[in-house]
Each structure stands twice: as C-alpha cells, then as structure tokens.
Ligand binder design. Structure first.
Ligand code: GRF
Length: 211
C-alpha cells in the first residue's frame, strides 16, 4: 500500500470523550506548520459535555456529537462512520476516546485508525495506565501511539516516548509528565504515518528501505 498517496491530503477525524488536550496539541502542530498536508476534517465526541468539542468549536472546526450511552455499539459506530465518511476522513485519530470500537468500525478504516495510550505498551493496557505503572513501581514510563486493531491497546506501534519515574513522583505528577510527551508524540506519529516513508512489516512500523 502506498501510504503517502493514500493520505494526500490527510484529512483527520478526531474522536474524543474528554478535555481533548491531545487534539489541541495536534491542532497546534498543524497551525505551526509542523504537519504539512494534514488538516482536521471533523472532531467527534461520544460525550455531549466533552471539553474538547467546545475547544474545537472555538477553533472553528466542524464538530459532531453522537452520545453513545445506552446505545448498541454497532448502531452508534454506524453513525460515527457515516459522519467520518461525510467529511472525507482518511485517518482517524482517537484522542482520549473512552469507547471500544466495533469490528465494523475497524474494518471501515483498515490500518487508518491511530490511538495514543499513556504507557509503554504492551505494559499496562486499559484504564488508568499511568496509575498502574506507578503502583507497579516501574522506573521508566511513557506513552505509545499505535494503530488500532480489534484488540485493546494492541495494534502495531508507531512511536513510543519514555520518561524516568522520579522518586518524588505521585501518580498524578507522573501522568502530567507523560501527557507532555503525549502532546509531542501524537503529532510526530501522524507525521510519520502520512509521510509515506514508513511501512508496516509484521508487527513493526519501520522506515522503508531507500533504493
Ligand atoms: C490521554 O492520557 C490519552 O493517552 C488517553 O486518554 C487521555 C486523554 O487526554 N488515551 P486528553 O483528552 O487528550 O487531554
């Protein structure tokens, strides 16, 4: 697959459920010219009160809310997929989207859904990854940007960033320092995916050999 051609231009569909600081970091990277050929096509939330949606509206970006609570996953996802298609999204970025995707969703955007997780996967998948890592007593923590597959926090890893856990840390301080790394890592990972300079080889995301 020619990744570069596929993402020309890259039209991001951001999915979030909360404050949206990762989304804002991506938007800032685009504004600063650090992500050339990338635009945010739509920001979607499954939570009506998500701060990230308000922030997107303030930036003048198209937004949509599909409340997921009480709805069947497949039906809710069908609405989200329809919205992403209507906005011609070709790269879906989960940014604090607190909902598992249905198999139909993953099949609709093969190898085109990214997620950021606040741990060095495969350690500490799932909720409160930073707290899990802190309680476990790891000395190195960090974050991972990865493709989304049908298993939780499992797809091919694109990029990881590591930081030391300090003796003075508590779980909140650690989470705050990981978040700073997340804000850099997500844009960098998007840049790599859309650059066409990398390919997926098995479970590895590696630079293409130059001829
Ligand atoms: C981040 O820690 C991200 O890694 C995780 O959910 C959190 C979302 O934060 N998936 P924000 O809404 O982007 O500020």
């Amino acid at each position: 697959m020619n990744i570069a051609a596929q993402f020309r231009p890259a039209r991001l569909g951001i999915l979030l459920s909360g404050r949206g600081s990762n989304f804002l970091a991506i938007a800032a990277a685009i504004r600063a010219g650090r992500l050339k050929g990338v635009e945010i096509a739509v920001v979607i939330s499954n939570v009506a009160e998500a701060g990230g949606i308000e922030a997107a509206q303030e930036l003048g970006l198209p937004t949509a809310v599909f409340v997921s609570k009480g709805r069947k996953r497949a039906e809710h996802d069908a609405d989200v997929i329809g919205c992403l298609r209507a906005h011609q999204v070709n790269l879906v970025c989960l940014a604090g989207y607190m909902r598992l995707l249905s198999p139909d969703f993953i099949a609709a955007f093969p190898q085109c859904i990214l997620n950021i997780h606040p741990s060095l996967l495969p350690s500490f998948p799932g909720l409160d990854a930073q707290g899990q890592a802190f309680e476990y007593g790891v000395k190195i923590a960090g974050c991972t940007v990865h493709f989304v597959d049908e298993h939780l926090d499992h797809g091919t890893m694109i990029l990881q960033r590591a930081i030391p856990v300090l003796d003075t840390d508590d779980a909140h301080a650690l989470a705050d320092r990981i978040l700073i790394e997340e804000h850099q890592a997500y844009s960098e990972a998007i840049g790599r995916v859309v650059s066409g300079e990398y390919e997926v080889r098995g479970r590895r995301f590696v630079k293409r050999a130059t001829v």
